[in-house]
Design a protein around this ligand. Sequence first.
Ligand code: HEC
Length: 284
Amino acid sequence: MRNLFISAVASLALGTGTAFALGAEGHEGSIVDVAFSFEGPFGTYDEAQLRRGFQVFNEVCASCHGMKYVPIRSLGDEGGPAIPADQLRDYAATLSIIDKESGEERPRIPADMFPTVVGDGMGPDLSVIAKGRAGFHGPYGLGINQLLKGMGGAEYIYSVLVGYEEAPACAPDDAEGYYNVAFTAGGVPDACKDAKGVSTVAGTWIAMPQMITDDVVTYADGTPASAHQVAEDISAFLMWAAEPKLAARKQAGFIAVLMLTLLSVLLYFSNKQLWAPHKGKKTA
Ligand code: HEC
């Protein structure tokens, strides 16, 4: 028994040791776990936060990123940013589109999608990026943290946006891109690799410049726009864009579980009652 205990403690200690080593490689270690309002079985979006996130998207991100799968009208949805219809029409009208039928340029209407943005220096479409990226993979790549903390798509975006750091000393001055500790999909200059070609630094280089700093926007609702606040708001907004019916889905799931529990109780008692006459009888 005592041996078992000791070996359990030892393996635990070893386990955490490796976990730290993983963190040092910058995979999971650099993803910040943010307590978003939409997490957990009953979490919902914070409408005011989504409106702020939309403001950030519009003023900061939209110049390089499209959102072509998101209809503009969905900005008016309850449980989403809930932007009033007249403001929506005015906003849509500021974006132009080539009309499919007439082939001519016209202002957008709320029924149109957000623009598609492509070209040199432009980033990927952000419609579903929050579901296309996972912040948590560990421990040991098993993904157990996803059960505990969620997939971490919004956390990943948050972490990339605030993950810009001064490039490590090994980097040449003309390294392409910007050093980011949360971004692991980018390139690493040869000077920052060891003899085996393995990176010796925590992050990688990303083609997107640092966009979020303190007071990069002035919020319409007066919330102080610290870099962290702004990064949280835009990450929540992109989560909503990717998963607009989250609250309805959770509610339907909750009701389904409730019904199934009730059904289980009923089945248990009817089973008991059905078999009651035959229980305890001698078979021979
Ligand atoms: C100056 C243009 C520009 C602006 C402005 C910009 N981005 Fe980007 N973004 C890029 C480029 C380019 C990439 C591709 C980076 C790469 O793959 O190295 C990118 C990539 C991304 C990615 C994907 C990272 C990944 O894992 O592949 C996310 C998320 C993102 N941007 C979010 C944002 C948000 C949110 C904003 C607004 C706060 C924003 N971007 C503003 C150019 C921009």
